[in-house]
Design a protein. Structure first.
Length: 77
């Protein structure tokens, strides 16, 4: 439960998925691997895509946590 001075900032569903897709593509490229444009990364059974998606989801979650901390620190000051 939130108190009056706390704000939860969260990406919308489509923003979050779009960012995850971009990060998956980026992680694949960093690792010298290319994912075909029409690949459904959210339902792929490929172990590399699954790994990159898990990493991307963790990165987005961490980003949302950092944003929430920064926003709430500004409110408290």
């Amino acid at each position: 439960m939130q108190n009056d001075s706390t704000i939860e900032t969260e990406l919308g569903y489509f923003q979050r998925n779009s960012l995850i897709e971009k990060l998956v593509q980026r992680f694949a490229k960093i690792n010298g691997w290319e994912i075909e444009e029409n690949t459904d990364i959210f339902n792929s059974e490929n172990h590399r895509i699954h790994l990159f998606r898990t990493m991307a989801e963790a990165a987005v979650e961490e980003m949302e946590n950092v944003i929430n901390v920064d926003v709430n620190e500004e409110i408290e000051s």
